[in-house]
Design a binder for this molecule. Structure first.
Ligand SMILES: [Zn+2]
Length: 332
């Protein structure tokens, strides 16, 4: 099944990529942006395979020697640079290793593709090192940088990349797609995934709806000083187990999303459109007990926490701090 048939919302982006090749105007570096769960990596890989394919049409042929190497994940002219462990930064040694490989000609004499993902996880020295490569164009090589948070990339990198933004599908299209995949509770999951179908599909396998409402109840109880923030933090992010029931990243994203809704309710009106319409009564009650200024301060802290979570941080301790701060927010 072709990429655009399988993930139909990627069709416009795919058409734009194909237009680059048809006009032989492939940029040197392309920054693919869009929220998590839209298929940025699927798009990048499909396009890389199409560029390396010996007899491509609109898509890669899937049967030539190059495609076979690609499918076996052993194509020497595809270089992927990703954090060595999830959540860790991409470090300068990885970029140096890449640059060494790029100094040689492509092994199959055609194009070469580099995929760096997530691009914002490059630390400063890695980004600086990559910058030198971006400044010295190489006609054989296409750099694909993938990012769901391009604002945290250095301006110097941004200015050297063309942009391709992936837009989420309409709600109807996303719901139809999820229903074809046999997902129950698609509506609620899609809301939780902020409209990103692949994210919703992943959440369907994680009991995310039940877990989110469980954490929301705990969050309400901490906010109302009915539960101790430390015991809630320990229950949701036990420091003793290797695999916590819900990642600290997800818990932080949920709190961010609820806090943004609190601001909407407090600053706009009770009728404001919410990211979490199913939690409206609980959010409404919370918003009435809070100062707008205090909610903004908490939002700042959550945004800083999200940033910290892209690097090395003590996750149980971070959750404790956030919940303690949250427990002190309410006036009464
Ligand atoms: Zn092929």
């Amino acid at each position: 099944m072709s990429l655009a048939d399988d993930l139909p919302w990627l069709a416009p982006a795919w058409q734009r990529l194909i237009a680059y090749t048809a006009n032989d105007r492939l940029p040197q570096a392309l920054l693919v942006t869009g929220k998590p769960g839209l298929g940025k990596m699927r798009l990048a890989l499909a396009f890389a395979q199409r560029l390396l394919c010996r007899s491509p049409s609109d898509e890669a042929c899937g049967i030539c020697a190059s495609c076979l190497l690609f499918q076996a994940q052993t194509h020497p002219d595809l270089q992927r640079v990703e954090p060595i462990e999830a959540g860790k930064p991409i470090i300068v040694d990885q970029i140096r290793g890449l640059i060494e490989k790029l100094a040689l000609a492509p092994q199959y004499g055609g194009k070469r593709v580099v995929i760096i993902a997530p691009a914002q996880s490059m630390n400063i020295s890695a980004a600086n090192s990559l910058l030198k490569t971006l400044e010295e164009p190489d006609a054989h090589t296409l750099m694909l940088l993938l990012s769901d948070d391009p604002h945290s990339l250095p301006a110097t990198i941004l200015s050297r990349c063309q942009r391709l933004n992936i837009v989420p599908p309409t709600r109807d299209l996303a719901l139809a797609w999820l229903s074809r995949k046999g997902v129950a509770q698609a509506d609620a999951l899609l809301t939780l995934a902020q409209g990103a179908p692949l994210r919703a599909l992943a959440l369907a396998g994680e009991d995310a709806i039940e877990r989110r409402s469980g954490f929301f109840s705990a969050w309400q109880a901490v906010g109302a000083k009915r539960q101790d923030p430390l015991s809630v933090a320990d229950r949701w992010q036990p420091s003793s187990t290797k695999t916590p029931p819900v990642s600290c990243e997800s818990l932080t994203e949920w709190m961010l999303s609820w806090t943004q809704d609190l601001i909407r309710l407090r600053a706009a009106s009770a009728q404001a459109d919410l990211d979490n319409p199913d939690l409206r009564p609980g959010l409404q009650a919370l918003s009435e007990k809070l100062d707008l200024k205090a909610i903004y301060a908490f939002l700042d802290r959550l945004l800083a926490a999200r940033q910290m979570l892209t690097g090395q941080v003590n996750r149980p301790l971070l959750l404790e701090e956030l919940l303690i701060l949250w427990s002190r927010l309410q006036r009464h």
